[in-house]
Design a protein around this ligand. Structure first.
Ligand code: SAH
Length: 343
């Protein structure tokens, strides 16, 4: 029998479990305190009776995410991790070190089924969803291995977070729980390719996280060619969901726009983008695309990026250019895992 995934449990669920097995309720709080510290074995929970630790060991899987590879960038403060899950599947993540602390990029699915043509995560399709506990497990694995505390989380690893909505929402609640991991929602960014109805559902949760939309193109025909999800939720539908999100939460949306030379980086494309989003509570993050060998896409030249930025600014849109991090360690989504699977 597959053991139960204890890192997905809320404090309340642990309390119910303790009561169910005839233990005192306060044991749940003790255990929860250990879990959010990232213990890898129940024996580390030293204030729990030995008998209970044995029972927990028999019932639950604790150490559900193991680091099997670590690559540090020579160029910048970026480390890439390959993790193995309990069933042997692998996902990847990145840790970035900034002046204000550590930021981690986590995966939400093994592979991805969204099919974006520039993205390496989707090449083999989606294998399975991650549980909330497996997303938490990525934080614990890195914190324990490096002896650090993470201060920012981006859901931008492999997978589409809103295609795994229940688990991702549970993860957000766990990571934010003041009685547990206690990371403020404002330190979390969720990135989506644009699943409009789930954006609206998330808005209704009224969490103060940052929503990032992978836009990449501002006309329907070309966006559909790059991102098949646009067939289901076109730009009009997506923008309606984004407006709903900002109205409900008062949070500024980030539009991510990966610039691919000769594909979506021309002045015409910049004007289209300006027209589409001007006046919205938003900013644009321009990303020189990481080259993916399986596809024939090249990053835009610096001059095209600067020109694109200038046009957006003429529409009154705050625009930043993302620093390219970890390009020497295959830091773009899915690239390390693909190397691993092929190797
Ligand atoms: N599925 C989610 C989150 C994972 S992808 C989403 O689509 O937002 C995280 C970000 O990396 C997205 O903006 C995605 O479009 C971008 N991305 C994918 N492949 C890339 C590449 N080769 N170079 C640069 N960015 C890429």
């Amino acid at each position: 029998m597959q053991k139960r995934d204890i890192r997905s449990y809320s404090l309340e669920a642990l309390e119910n479990y303790m009561i169910e097995i005839g233990e005192k309720k306060f044991r749940a709080k003790q255990l929860y305190g250990w879990i959010v510290k990232g213990i890898q074995s129940f024996d580390e929970a030293v204030n729990m009776p030995k008998g209970l630790r044995v029972k927990l060991e028999e019932t639950f899987l604790l150490d559900n995410v193991k680091i099997i590879k670590r690559l540090s960038s020579e160029k910048d403060q970026t480390t890439k991790f390959l993790y193995e899950l309990w069933d042997g599947h692998v996902v990847e993540g990145v840790l970035m070190s900034y002046k204000h602390g550590y930021s981690i990029c986590v995966s939400t699915q093994v592979g991805c089924r969204m099919g974006c043509t520039f993205c390496a995560s989707t090449l083999g399709g989606m294998v399975r969803h991650l549980s909330a506990g497996e997303i938490m497990g990525q934080l614990y694995a890195v914190e324990v291995a490096l002896g650090i505390k993470i201060s920012n989380i981006v859901l931008m690893g492999s997978g589409e977070p809103l295609d795994n909505y229940e688990a991702v929402l549970q993860f957000l609640k766990l990571v934010n729980d003041p009685a547990g991991y206690n990371l403020g929602m404002r330190h979390i960014t969720l990135s989506t390719c644009g699943i409009a109805d789930k954006i609206e559902a998330l808005a209704d949760e009224n969490l103060q996280l940052t929503l990032a939309i992978s836009l990449h193109c501002a006309n329907d025909a070309e966006r559909t060619a790059l991102m098949p999800i646009n067939k289901k939720y076109n730009l009009e539908r997506l923008m309606a969901a984004c407006r709903y999100y900002t109205e409900k939460t008062n949070r500024r949306i980030t539009f991510e726009y990966g610039l691919i030379a000769g594909v979506n980086d021309t002045p015409e494309r910049a004007k289209e983008l300006g027209m589409l989003i001007k006046g919205m509570l938003c900013h644009v993050n321009l990303i020189p695309i990481n080259q993916v060998v399986e596809r024939n896409y090249q990053p835009s030249k610096e001059a095209s990026i600067a020109a694109f930025k200038k046009i957006l600014e003429n529409y009154g849109i705050t625009t930043t250019i993302r620093r390219e991090l970890g390009s020497d360690i295959n830091a773009a989504c899915g690239q390390l895992r693909n190397d691993h699977l092929e190797g």
